[in-house]
Design a protein around this ligand. Structure first.
Ligand code: PAF
Length: 298
Protein backbone atom coordinates (compact mmCIF):
# COMPACT_ATOMS: atom_id res chain seq x y z
CA UNK A 1 0.00 0.00 0.00
CA UNK A 2 1.61 3.29 -1.11
CA UNK A 3 1.59 5.93 1.61
CA UNK A 4 0.68 9.50 0.62
CA UNK A 5 3.43 12.09 0.67
CA UNK A 6 2.35 15.56 1.73
CA UNK A 7 3.03 18.15 -0.97
CA UNK A 8 4.71 20.78 1.14
CA UNK A 9 7.23 18.55 2.93
CA UNK A 10 9.92 18.63 0.23
CA UNK A 11 13.48 18.26 1.50
CA UNK A 12 16.50 19.53 -0.43
CA UNK A 13 19.72 17.61 0.09
CA UNK A 14 23.08 18.67 -1.32
CA UNK A 15 25.44 16.11 0.21
CA UNK A 16 25.82 12.49 -0.79
CA UNK A 17 25.95 11.50 2.88
CA UNK A 18 22.72 13.34 3.74
CA UNK A 19 20.96 11.90 0.71
CA UNK A 20 22.03 8.34 1.54
CA UNK A 21 21.01 8.76 5.22
CA UNK A 22 17.55 10.02 4.25
CA UNK A 23 16.93 7.12 1.86
CA UNK A 24 18.10 4.67 4.54
CA UNK A 25 15.80 6.26 7.12
CA UNK A 26 12.85 6.02 4.76
CA UNK A 27 13.49 2.29 4.26
CA UNK A 28 13.83 1.74 8.03
CA UNK A 29 10.42 3.41 8.38
CA UNK A 30 9.07 0.82 5.94
CA UNK A 31 8.79 3.17 2.97
CA UNK A 32 9.50 2.07 -0.58
CA UNK A 33 11.83 4.59 -2.24
CA UNK A 34 11.73 5.76 -5.85
CA UNK A 35 14.42 7.70 -7.69
CA UNK A 36 13.91 9.94 -10.72
CA UNK A 37 17.35 10.93 -12.04
CA UNK A 38 17.34 14.23 -14.00
CA UNK A 39 19.59 17.04 -15.08
CA UNK A 40 16.93 19.60 -14.16
CA UNK A 41 15.19 22.07 -16.52
CA UNK A 42 12.17 19.96 -15.70
CA UNK A 43 9.29 19.77 -18.16
CA UNK A 44 6.06 17.75 -18.30
CA UNK A 45 8.02 14.70 -19.46
CA UNK A 46 10.11 14.69 -16.27
CA UNK A 47 7.04 15.36 -14.14
CA UNK A 48 5.30 12.35 -15.70
CA UNK A 49 8.28 10.33 -14.41
CA UNK A 50 7.73 11.75 -10.92
CA UNK A 51 4.03 10.85 -11.13
CA UNK A 52 4.96 7.35 -12.30
CA UNK A 53 7.48 7.04 -9.44
CA UNK A 54 4.76 7.93 -6.93
CA UNK A 55 2.66 5.05 -8.26
CA UNK A 56 5.52 2.67 -7.39
CA UNK A 57 6.73 4.04 -4.06
CA UNK A 58 5.96 5.90 -0.84
CA UNK A 59 8.77 8.43 -1.10
CA UNK A 60 10.14 9.92 -4.32
CA UNK A 61 13.60 11.44 -4.63
CA UNK A 62 14.41 13.53 -7.71
CA UNK A 63 18.09 14.09 -8.45
CA UNK A 64 18.95 17.33 -10.24
CA UNK A 65 22.54 17.22 -11.41
CA UNK A 66 23.99 18.38 -14.73
CA UNK A 67 26.55 15.62 -15.05
CA UNK A 68 29.75 16.92 -16.68
CA UNK A 69 31.15 13.50 -17.58
CA UNK A 70 28.38 12.72 -20.06
CA UNK A 71 29.05 15.82 -22.21
CA UNK A 72 31.72 15.86 -24.92
CA UNK A 73 34.23 18.74 -25.09
CA UNK A 74 32.22 20.57 -27.80
CA UNK A 75 28.80 19.85 -26.33
CA UNK A 76 26.41 22.04 -24.35
CA UNK A 77 27.43 21.38 -20.71
CA UNK A 78 28.01 25.05 -19.86
CA UNK A 79 24.85 26.30 -21.56
CA UNK A 80 22.58 23.39 -20.54
CA UNK A 81 19.39 25.04 -19.21
CA UNK A 82 19.29 25.40 -15.42
CA UNK A 83 16.12 26.42 -13.54
CA UNK A 84 16.57 25.11 -10.01
CA UNK A 85 13.92 27.18 -8.19
CA UNK A 86 11.09 26.34 -10.58
CA UNK A 87 12.28 22.70 -10.71
CA UNK A 88 11.97 22.46 -6.92
CA UNK A 89 8.47 23.95 -7.04
CA UNK A 90 7.45 21.48 -9.76
CA UNK A 91 8.80 18.56 -7.70
CA UNK A 92 6.85 19.82 -4.70
CA UNK A 93 3.66 20.18 -6.77
CA UNK A 94 4.06 16.60 -8.00
CA UNK A 95 4.48 15.14 -4.51
CA UNK A 96 8.21 14.39 -4.50
CA UNK A 97 9.70 14.09 -1.01
CA UNK A 98 13.28 15.07 -1.73
CA UNK A 99 15.42 16.87 -4.29
CA UNK A 100 19.04 15.73 -4.36
CA UNK A 101 21.14 18.55 -5.86
CA UNK A 102 24.83 17.74 -5.32
CA UNK A 103 27.86 19.69 -6.47
CA UNK A 104 30.26 18.20 -9.00
CA UNK A 105 32.81 17.72 -6.16
CA UNK A 106 30.22 15.78 -4.15
CA UNK A 107 29.56 13.35 -7.03
CA UNK A 108 33.17 13.20 -8.22
CA UNK A 109 35.31 13.51 -5.06
CA UNK A 110 38.95 14.62 -5.27
CA UNK A 111 41.04 11.88 -6.88
CA UNK A 112 37.98 10.43 -8.62
CA UNK A 113 39.24 7.55 -10.78
CA UNK A 114 36.31 5.23 -11.40
CA UNK A 115 34.18 4.93 -14.53
CA UNK A 116 31.43 2.46 -15.42
CA UNK A 117 31.50 1.17 -18.99
CA UNK A 118 28.65 -0.79 -20.53
CA UNK A 119 29.86 -2.46 -23.72
CA UNK A 120 27.86 -3.65 -26.74
CA UNK A 121 24.69 -1.67 -26.12
CA UNK A 122 26.66 1.56 -26.47
CA UNK A 123 28.42 0.80 -29.76
CA UNK A 124 25.83 2.30 -32.10
CA UNK A 125 23.38 5.24 -32.33
CA UNK A 126 24.21 7.87 -29.68
CA UNK A 127 27.19 5.80 -28.51
CA UNK A 128 28.80 6.26 -31.92
CA UNK A 129 27.91 9.95 -32.27
CA UNK A 130 28.77 10.94 -28.71
CA UNK A 131 31.94 9.08 -27.63
CA UNK A 132 32.16 8.82 -23.85
CA UNK A 133 28.54 9.89 -23.34
CA UNK A 134 27.24 6.57 -22.05
CA UNK A 135 30.28 6.05 -19.83
CA UNK A 136 29.38 9.35 -18.13
CA UNK A 137 25.71 8.37 -17.87
CA UNK A 138 26.48 4.87 -16.56
CA UNK A 139 28.94 6.25 -14.02
CA UNK A 140 26.62 8.87 -12.57
CA UNK A 141 23.59 6.55 -12.59
CA UNK A 142 25.59 3.81 -10.83
CA UNK A 143 26.65 6.37 -8.19
CA UNK A 144 23.03 7.50 -7.74
CA UNK A 145 21.84 3.89 -7.42
CA UNK A 146 24.54 3.13 -4.82
CA UNK A 147 23.64 6.22 -2.79
CA UNK A 148 19.89 5.61 -3.00
CA UNK A 149 20.05 1.89 -2.12
CA UNK A 150 17.14 -0.42 -2.83
CA UNK A 151 14.66 1.50 -4.92
CA UNK A 152 12.64 1.73 -8.07
CA UNK A 153 14.11 4.16 -10.62
CA UNK A 154 12.10 5.71 -13.45
CA UNK A 155 13.60 6.76 -16.81
CA UNK A 156 11.97 8.18 -19.93
CA UNK A 157 11.93 6.11 -23.12
CA UNK A 158 12.91 9.09 -25.28
CA UNK A 159 16.45 8.13 -24.23
CA UNK A 160 15.74 4.53 -25.22
CA UNK A 161 19.38 3.48 -25.55
CA UNK A 162 20.12 5.06 -22.15
CA UNK A 163 17.27 3.04 -20.61
CA UNK A 164 18.76 -0.20 -21.99
CA UNK A 165 22.21 0.78 -20.69
CA UNK A 166 20.79 1.48 -17.23
CA UNK A 167 18.85 -1.81 -17.14
CA UNK A 168 22.04 -3.65 -18.09
CA UNK A 169 24.25 -1.94 -15.51
CA UNK A 170 21.75 -2.59 -12.69
CA UNK A 171 21.64 -6.27 -13.66
CA UNK A 172 25.39 -6.67 -14.17
CA UNK A 173 26.38 -4.87 -10.95
CA UNK A 174 23.65 -6.62 -8.95
CA UNK A 175 22.19 -3.34 -7.77
CA UNK A 176 18.87 -3.72 -5.91
CA UNK A 177 17.02 -1.38 -8.25
CA UNK A 178 13.91 -1.98 -10.29
CA UNK A 179 14.28 0.05 -13.50
CA UNK A 180 11.02 1.31 -15.00
CA UNK A 181 10.76 2.88 -18.47
CA UNK A 182 8.08 5.50 -19.04
CA UNK A 183 6.55 6.27 -22.49
CA UNK A 184 7.68 9.41 -24.31
CA UNK A 185 5.66 12.53 -23.50
CA UNK A 186 4.97 14.69 -26.56
CA UNK A 187 3.71 18.12 -27.52
CA UNK A 188 0.30 18.26 -29.26
CA UNK A 189 2.05 18.18 -32.67
CA UNK A 190 4.10 15.13 -31.69
CA UNK A 191 7.49 16.69 -30.83
CA UNK A 192 9.02 14.75 -27.94
CA UNK A 193 9.50 16.91 -24.85
CA UNK A 194 13.15 17.66 -24.15
CA UNK A 195 15.00 20.25 -22.10
CA UNK A 196 16.93 21.02 -25.30
CA UNK A 197 13.73 22.14 -27.09
CA UNK A 198 14.32 25.43 -25.25
CA UNK A 199 17.25 26.06 -27.62
CA UNK A 200 15.04 25.96 -30.75
CA UNK A 201 14.26 29.12 -32.72
CA UNK A 202 10.64 29.27 -33.92
CA UNK A 203 11.80 28.20 -37.42
CA UNK A 204 13.74 25.24 -36.05
CA UNK A 205 10.84 24.34 -33.76
CA UNK A 206 8.57 24.17 -36.84
CA UNK A 207 11.16 22.04 -38.71
CA UNK A 208 11.63 19.69 -35.75
CA UNK A 209 8.10 18.32 -36.03
CA UNK A 210 9.30 16.42 -39.12
CA UNK A 211 10.98 14.01 -36.68
CA UNK A 212 7.79 12.59 -35.09
CA UNK A 213 5.99 12.92 -38.44
CA UNK A 214 8.57 10.80 -40.22
CA UNK A 215 8.59 8.23 -37.39
CA UNK A 216 4.79 8.08 -37.65
CA UNK A 217 4.87 7.50 -41.42
CA UNK A 218 7.31 4.61 -40.92
CA UNK A 219 5.20 3.29 -38.05
CA UNK A 220 2.07 3.29 -40.25
CA UNK A 221 3.93 1.59 -43.10
CA UNK A 222 5.14 -1.05 -40.62
CA UNK A 223 1.57 -1.53 -39.34
CA UNK A 224 0.36 -2.21 -42.89
CA UNK A 225 3.00 -4.93 -43.32
CA UNK A 226 6.14 -3.19 -44.64
CA UNK A 227 9.20 -5.05 -43.31
CA UNK A 228 11.92 -3.88 -45.71
CA UNK A 229 14.43 -1.78 -43.76
CA UNK A 230 15.24 0.29 -46.85
CA UNK A 231 11.56 0.94 -47.61
CA UNK A 232 10.98 2.07 -44.01
CA UNK A 233 14.05 4.30 -43.83
CA UNK A 234 14.17 5.98 -47.26
CA UNK A 235 10.97 8.08 -46.90
CA UNK A 236 11.86 8.94 -43.30
CA UNK A 237 15.29 10.28 -44.33
CA UNK A 238 13.68 12.11 -47.23
CA UNK A 239 11.18 13.82 -44.92
CA UNK A 240 13.92 14.94 -42.52
CA UNK A 241 15.99 16.29 -45.39
CA UNK A 242 12.98 18.02 -46.94
CA UNK A 243 12.27 19.76 -43.64
CA UNK A 244 15.83 21.13 -43.52
CA UNK A 245 17.05 18.87 -40.71
CA UNK A 246 20.50 17.30 -40.73
CA UNK A 247 20.24 13.63 -39.85
CA UNK A 248 22.86 12.29 -37.45
CA UNK A 249 21.38 8.79 -37.65
CA UNK A 250 18.13 7.14 -38.62
CA UNK A 251 18.47 3.49 -37.69
CA UNK A 252 16.43 0.33 -37.35
CA UNK A 253 17.90 -1.74 -34.55
CA UNK A 254 17.18 -4.69 -32.30
CA UNK A 255 15.03 -3.28 -29.49
CA UNK A 256 17.01 -5.13 -26.80
CA UNK A 257 20.67 -5.27 -27.85
CA UNK A 258 20.53 -2.12 -30.07
CA UNK A 259 22.41 -3.80 -32.94
CA UNK A 260 21.37 -2.14 -36.24
CA UNK A 261 19.69 -4.28 -38.88
CA UNK A 262 21.22 -4.61 -42.32
CA UNK A 263 19.41 -2.05 -44.46
CA UNK A 264 19.23 -4.43 -47.42
CA UNK A 265 17.13 -6.93 -45.49
CA UNK A 266 13.86 -7.24 -43.58
CA UNK A 267 13.22 -6.24 -39.96
CA UNK A 268 11.46 -8.44 -37.38
CA UNK A 269 7.99 -8.00 -35.87
CA UNK A 270 9.33 -5.78 -33.07
CA UNK A 271 12.25 -3.41 -33.55
CA UNK A 272 13.55 0.02 -32.59
CA UNK A 273 13.41 2.88 -35.07
CA UNK A 274 15.61 5.65 -33.64
CA UNK A 275 16.45 9.08 -35.01
CA UNK A 276 18.90 11.81 -34.05
CA UNK A 277 18.75 14.97 -36.13
CA UNK A 278 19.93 18.56 -35.91
CA UNK A 279 17.41 21.40 -36.11
CA UNK A 280 19.85 24.28 -36.54
CA UNK A 281 22.55 23.49 -34.00
CA UNK A 282 20.21 21.62 -31.63
CA UNK A 283 20.51 17.85 -31.65
CA UNK A 284 17.20 16.12 -31.00
CA UNK A 285 16.53 12.41 -30.50
CA UNK A 286 13.32 10.43 -30.80
CA UNK A 287 12.25 6.85 -31.38
CA UNK A 288 9.41 4.43 -31.75
CA UNK A 289 9.41 0.70 -31.06
CA UNK A 290 7.73 -0.69 -34.16
CA UNK A 291 5.32 -3.49 -33.34
CA UNK A 292 4.80 -2.07 -29.85
CA UNK A 293 4.29 1.71 -29.72
CA UNK A 294 1.52 3.70 -31.41
CA UNK A 295 2.66 6.22 -34.08
CA UNK A 296 3.95 9.41 -32.36
CA UNK A 297 1.53 11.56 -34.37
CA UNK A 298 -1.92 9.89 -34.39
O1 PAF B 1 18.52 11.50 -18.94
C1 PAF B 1 19.15 12.34 -18.25
O2 PAF B 1 18.66 13.40 -17.92
C2 PAF B 1 20.56 12.00 -17.79
O3 PAF B 1 21.26 11.29 -18.77
C3 PAF B 1 20.60 11.26 -16.44
C4 PAF B 1 19.95 9.88 -16.53
C5 PAF B 1 19.91 12.08 -15.36
C6 PAF B 1 22.05 11.04 -16.00
O4 PAF B 1 22.72 12.25 -15.83
Amino acid sequence: MVRRVTRDSLQIERTARGYRDTCERWRREGRRVALVPTMGALHAGHLALVDEARRHADAVAVSIFVNPTQFGPNEDFSKYPRSFESDVQACRDHGASLVFNPTVEEMYPAGDATRVTVTGLTTHLCGRSRPGHFEGVATVVAKLFCLTGACVAVFGRKDYQQLKVVERLALDLGLPVEVVGHPIVREADGLALSSRNAYLSSEDRARAVAIPRSLSAASRAFATGERSAAALLAPLRQELLGAGLRTDYATLADAECIDPFDESGPVPERCLLAVAAFAGTTRLIDNVVLGQDPPPVP
